[in-house]
Design a protein around this ligand. Structure first.
Ligand code: ADP
Ligand code: MG
Length: 488
């Protein structure tokens, strides 16, 4: 299928989706609710027609769209979640009924029974063909539905959430059967929410998000974490939590910090290597607190301690000198100036340090500084005088990393670092943050997005009306709990 789109009024259920299904493969279709899986299946089975312009090709034959008869004729069979069986008919009748509907032929019970028994033999189904389907357990009914598809000479069987109501044992049996059908040269499309199972059974996985195809992946190149990331756009990276910070030195400590009208009674500790998430509604005082830590919004009360010593931060230059870096909310990925050269981006944060006695930076010093970081982080650069925007996303992220690592920060404050960036760039930013923390930097990650602080921090704080109301390790909280705390 190529260029398949489908609209329902204002809803864009599918956007320009391409999909290839091959004989002898199990192809899983995954995506969150509403991502378009069922719509895609309905288009394959001919129940719905795509928008004009799409193309469906089956075994070399092109169709602008299918219809149920044509689709069945081509060997396409869908097993919907409700299985669409007739509970009051027998197993044999259910399996063979498709072969008898639509014609004016007299029902040939003996022939029907033969058809049913043949199909059942193919899957090793052992139940009595004369049992009423209503008497079978779910797994048995599913087997009947599969037999019905086989009796209809299926080459492509699509199963919409077949394992949702099965026990683990039944799932194993189904997976074994699917592998059997695959070996017989059939294509099985499997829709499932259970990602471990998807990866166990599939050759390839196609991910849909908001009606668009994110990609098709070989199952052995991805894991469930990656898959949930692709489905949702949120990275679920639990690796970050196990780092034991109890022994790490406290870099920043706030004691009873308060500022009239902004925030009050703020106590917190931030350790070397720790990523501390800070979330809360807009106007809860997060940004005001962050600015105070960067010397730009002096507190009225309380103490700021760096490495255990009380400090006053007179200005942002003072804060930078004392090892605090602040990256304001910036759509252009962590404060890169995209139109300026790689060199000037890399030296922006360390001008003072690189400058000679007259406040000037020699060309040689600049060059050395840039060369050092380019090689340290393996930034692929043809000419460091080119604008940063000429670099690939990944290399831009490395420039960001170098830029802040060069300041030798003890504390890095990031305000909404991923606002307005796309999925892949987000991933790069999380990677930068993690690497900075791994290098011992204490990171304060401010974000509106609960999954962002939950999955990319060690600990999370919630601020409400200028006060910290939650301070909890990420491993001991959840998205709903944080959401409730934010909106409480
Ligand atoms: P999934 O199976 O992945 O949960 P669907 O294909 O059922 O997703 O739905 C994709 C989108 O299209 C959803 O926003 C859904 O509400 C919409 N949609 C699906 N079918 C119809 C329909 N018949 N009329 C209107 N909207 C529909
Ligand atoms: Mg669905």
């Amino acid at each position: 299928m190529s260029g398949i789109s489908k609209r329902f009024g204002g809803v864009h259920a599918l956007r320009n989706v391409d999909l290839t299904l091959e004989a002898g493969e199990v192809h899983c279709l995954v995506g969150e609710n509403g991502s378009g899986k069922s719509t895609l299946i309905k288009i394959i089975s001919g129940v719905q027609a795509p928008e004009p312009g799409g193309r469906i090709s089956i075994a070399g034959q092109d169709y602008p769209h299918l219809n149920p008869v044509r689709s069945t004729h081509c060997g396409i069979q869908v097993i919907y979640q409700d299985l669409s069986l007739f509970p009051n008919l027998t197993v044999a009748e259910n399996i063979a009924i498709g072969q008898h509907l639509g014609g004016l032929r007299k029902v040939d019970w003996a022939a029907m029974r033969t058809i049913a028994l043949n199909a059942m033999a193919k899957v090793g189904a052992e139940f009595d063909p004369d049992t009423k389907v209503a008497e079978l357990p779910i797994a048995g009914r599913q087997l009947v539905a599969i037999c019905r598809a086989l009796a209809a000479d299926a080459k492509l069987i699509i199963m919409d959430e077949p394992t949702a109501s099965l026990t683990r044992h039944e799932v194993d049996a189904l997976i074994a059967l699917v592998s059997e059908l695959k070996r017989a040269g059939m294509c099985i499309v499997f829709v499932s929410h259970r990602l471990d199972e998807v990866l166990e059974i599939a050759e390839r996985v196609t991910v849909l998000r908001d009606g668009a195809k994110v990609g098709t992946f070989a199952a052995d190149t991805i894991d469930s974490r990656k898959l949930s990331h692709l489905m949702t756009g949120h990275a679920f990276d639990y690796d970050i939590h196990p780092y034991n910070l109890a022994g790490a030195p406290v870099v920043l400590e706030l004691q009873g910090l308060g500022r009239d009208g902004d925030y009050e009674d703020i106590d917190l500790t931030l350790r070397s290597g720790e990523i501390l998430g800070l979330t809360g509604l807009l106007g809860s005082g997060r940004t005001e607190l962050a600015l105070s830590l960067f010397g730009m919004n002096p507190p009225d009360r309380g103490a700021i301690l760096l490495d255990g010593k009380p400090v006053t931060l007179a200005s942002n230059a003072d804060a930078i000198r004392k090892g605090i870096a602040y990256v304001p909310e910036d759509r252009l990925t962590l404060g890169l100036v995209l139109d300026q050269s790689i060199t000037s981006n890399l030296t922006l944060t360390v001008l003072e340090r690189l400058a000679g006695p007259l406040g000037l930076i020699s060309a040689g010093t600049r060059k050395d500084h840039v060369a050092q970081w380019v090689s340290k982080l393996g930034i692929k650069v043809s000419d460091p005088e080119n604008p940063v925007k000429t670099l690939s996303g990944g290399n831009q992220q490395r420039v960001v990393l170098a830029k802040w690592m060069a300041t030798n920060p003890r504390v890095l404050i990031l305000d909404s670092p991923t606002v307005g960036v796309d999925i892949s760039a987000k991933d790069g930013i999380y990677d930068v943050i993690r690497r900075l923390a791994d290098a011992g930097v204490a990171v304060l990650l401010i974000s509106d997005e609960i999954p962002e602080v939950l999955y990319h921090s060690h600990r999370v704080l919630v601020m409400r009306h200028g006060r910290l109301t939650v301070d909890v390790p990420c491993s001991q909280t959840s998205e709903p709990a944080l959401r409730q705390a934010v909106n409480a």
